[in-house]
Design a protein around this ligand. Structure first.
Ligand code: PLP
Length: 409
């Protein structure tokens, strides 16, 4: 008799986006002629940059010739991609990263979800609230989060980020061993300055905390004072793992590629107090359970760093940043309080008249046929907020803003 991992039974039945899809589908059944505009799920809509496609075509041709054929690739990723990552994402910002500290993967969701494999089940975790749900659910699956009671897990420290504290999290009120930070933030679209990030790194250094730093939206940073990497802060290599993704940077949500940096000087501890480098454990974990992103994918990712690739990626992120600005301005004209969207592709709006997130979601869907994401789906502090994304098509975004104005002004 095979026994199951009963921690799975503690997870709430539905993933947020399935709930939303169900509600949208029932709306469509009742109103088949209405055009629904989705500013809900964070998937991109614009095509892959030409430089990426050209590199991928060429990679397919490589695989078609005996002399340039590639089978299984190196465990951590091809040196051509790792070198490009180090040169453009780190060395260019004065950060020293060694090739053996970079692990190319199929994206940040897998890595942020799998990283817990190398840490004991009874560490306590801290998250900023609202939060990207993968951090919590992946920990819940191994029993690290305790018991779910009234929307909160007993072994998770929730650090509220709301308009009241300007979305700047306070240091946790009780001890955490692992802390998840995501900046630019999904869902709030807000950022931390280097000084604010320094506070977290120093806290982690002083308390032997490991920071899981998710920088999936780094490419959207416009303000020169906002750090792109946690390693811009001195000492961060001793305490932080950084996750990056090509999904939102270069339209790779369907291609699948990202990477994770696990510095050599970052240690965890055995129960006896012996220090163990996490780089060694993650390398062992990946080489056992992951067989690499494809050669074609990695060639495509490498092309992002070419001069044309950089230009095309900038055009792509500019496109979405124009969308986000249109949404921001539209909401301001409607008198809706909204946050984020300056260095991130997300807008976090406060629901009018203290309406609940789900109530506002339904009103928005039924009265304007726009789909957002109810803030409470990202955690208790998301109640009373709703997330809109900039990843829609321009015409749809303009139409959504016009509908909002007709509805609210
Ligand atoms: N991290 C955050 C904060 C995200 O919002 C997302 C995707 O929405 C991911 C990671 C997943 O990225 P990837 O497509 O690389 O798996």
């Amino acid at each position: 008799m095979a026994l199951i991992n009963e921690h799975f039974l503690k997870l709430p039945n539905n993933y947020l986006f399935s709930d939303i899809a169900k509600k949208v589908n029932s709306f469509k059944v009742i109103h088949p002629k209405k055009k629904v505009i989705s500013l809900g799920i964070g998937d991109v809509t614009q095509p892959l940059p030409e430089a990426v496609r050209t590199a991928m075509y060429k990679a397919v041709d490589d695989l078609g010739k005996k002399e340039t054929f590639h089978g299984y690739g190196p465990d951590q990723g091809y040196p051509f991609l790792i070198d490009a990552i180090i040169k453009h994402d780190y060395a260019a910002r004065g950060i020293v990263i060694e090739p053996s500290e970079v692990f190319v993967s199929d994206g940040a969701k897998s890595d942020t979800g799998n990283i817990g494999d190398i840490l004991r089940h009874d560490n306590s975790i801290g998250v900023t609230d609202p939060v990207y749900p993968v951090y919590i659910d992946s920990n819940a699956m191994v029993g690290r989060t305790g018991i779910l009671d009234s929307g909160k897990w007993s072994n998770v420290v929730y650090i509220p980020c709301t308009a009241e504290n300007n979305f700047i999290p306070d240091l946790p009120s009780r001890r955490v061993d692992i802390l998840y930070l995501c900046y630019p933030n999904n869902p709030t679209g807000t950022t931390l300055t280097k000084n604010e990030l320094k506070k977290w790194v120093n806290y982690a250094l002083a308390n032997d905390v490991i920071i899981m730093y998710d920088a999936a939206y780094e490419a959207y940073i416009q303000d020169p004072d906002i750090p792109h990497s946690i390693y811009e802060v001195k000492g961060a290599k001793k305490v932080a793992i950084e996750f990056r993704s090509f999904s939102k940077t270069a339209g790779f949500t369907g291609v699948r590629c990202g990477y994770t940096v696990v510095p050599k000087e970052l240690n965890g501890f055995t129960l006896e107090g012996e220090r163990v480098p996490l780089n060694r454990l993650w390398s062992r974990r990946q080489s056992t359970k992951f067989n690499g992103a494809s050669y074609i994918t990695q060639r495509g990712a490498e092309a992002i760093y070419s001069p044309e690739g950089k230009e095309q990626v900038k055009a792509l992120t500019d496109y979405y940043m124009t969308n986000v600005q249109l949404i921001r301005e539209g909401l301001a004209a409607c008198g809706i309080e909204a946050y984020g969207g300056e260095n991130a592709p997300y807008i976090w709006l406060k629901t009018p008249d203290g309406m609940s997130s789900w109530k506002f979601f339904e009103k928005l869907l039924y009265e304007t046929h726009i789909v957002g994401t109810p803030g409470v789906g990202f955690g208790p502090s998301g109640e009373g907020y709703l997330r809109l994304t900039a990843f829609g098509d321009r015409d749809d975004t303009l139409e959504a803003v016009a509908r909002l104005k007709r509805w609210l002004i």
